[in-house]
Design a binder for this molecule. Structure first.
Ligand code: SF4
Length: 307
């Protein structure tokens, strides 16, 4: 594994810790999803010696294997005196799960309407310096960012900063007002959220090399052929990944269908139309949803023969 990338990630975490201490007087929050990238991030945080705590946002549609792995990792962290906690998903001030959220939102979550991510994962750690396991090579959407990020009012207002700039700016930013006209400094002064992505430049093989070289225990889903670990039937997943989720976790298919049935009932009670012809019942919505039918005439696919 490339030592430069490891050192850079550790430097990024140390810089994040400096910002968190100087401006927020709180430890860095390391987010943990139960996937391989967050296992690497966690190990780097431990090795860097920074003051940090670990947060997992419950999505209610994580695989049982993922929950098992998270519980095991958190137990070990707590034994080492590290504060590791889970955040319950909340909607309008009340706890909620994915299925109830779908019914109340009135539409299934899709690539364009990713309301579940904003409810379950985004903005859960407000006004803190937050470390994520985001990598550029994970998706096209994540390219063009950098190791440090500030969000504006909208995601499109996000600003990205490389490590050397941030180190230079924050060397004396606490004591010297107005020296740097930098969004990161003004963000830190207002105690708004700053994101650090220490492994932003890592490839998949960097991640696996690091895991193997450091003997890190990982989620058993990877041994079952999963390349990415995330929510079951995530709308951002590829169709092949969704089909595998349906066969591996058939109970979740039933739960989504029930949620879509309830969603349709609430839509009708509210006088809303069925947006698409196939939305006659939960099963119909599920089929539309799984096929991710953005294109009219898209063909049906193989999972129907596997039921
Ligand atoms: S299902 Fe996908 S889009 Fe929704 S919360 Fe999970 S990762 Fe985000």
């Amino acid at each position: 594994m490339n030592e430069d990338k490891i050192n850079k990630a550790i430097e990024a975490l140390k810089t994040a810790e400096k910002i968190a201490k100087d401006f927020y007087d709180k430890p860095v929050v390391v987010t943990y999803s139960g996937g391989k990238d967050s296992d690497v991030l966690l190990d780097l945080a431990i090795k860097s010696g920074i003051d940090f705590e670990v947060s997992h946002s419950i999505t209610t549609v994580d695989a049982p294997q993922t929950n098992k792995h998270i519980n095991k990792v958190f137990e070990k962290l707590r034994e080492q005196g590290i504060n590791a906690y889970k955040r319950l998903p909340m909607y309008k001030g009340e706890p909620i799960n994915m299925f109830e959220l779908i019914a109340r939102k009135g539409i299934p979550p899709t690539r364009r309407a990713r309301y579940c991510c904003s409810t379950f994962k985004e903005n859960t750690e407000k006004n803190r310096v937050v470390a994520l396991g985001v990598r550029a090579l994970e998706s096209r959407n994540r390219q063009g960012r950098d190791i440090f990020t500030t969000w504006g009012a909208k995601k499109s207002d996000a600003k990205y900063f490389d490590l050397s700039h941030v180190q230079e700016v924050f060397k004396d930013a606490k004591t010297q007002d107005e020296i740097w006209d930098c969004t990161l400094v003004t963000t830190a002064k207002k105690h708004k959220r700053i994101i650090v992505n220490p492994i932003y430049e890592w490839s998949d093989s960097d991640v696996w090399d690091y895991i193997n070289e450091n003997n890190i225990e990982y989620n058993e889903l990877y041994n079952m052929g999963y390349k990415r670990v995330g929510c079951i039937l995530c709308p951002l997943a590829k169709k092949t990944e969704k089909i595998r989720d349906i066969t591996t976790f058939p109970r979740y298919k039933e739960l989504y269908i029930k949620a879509f049935d309830k969603m349709l009932k609430l839509r009708r009670e509210a006088g809303k139309s069925d947006t698409y012809g196939s939305w006659t019942d939960g099963e119909g919505v599920f089929r539309w949803w799984i096929e991710d039918k953005n294109i009219e005439g898209q063909i049906s696919f193989e999972f129907t023969n596997q039921e």
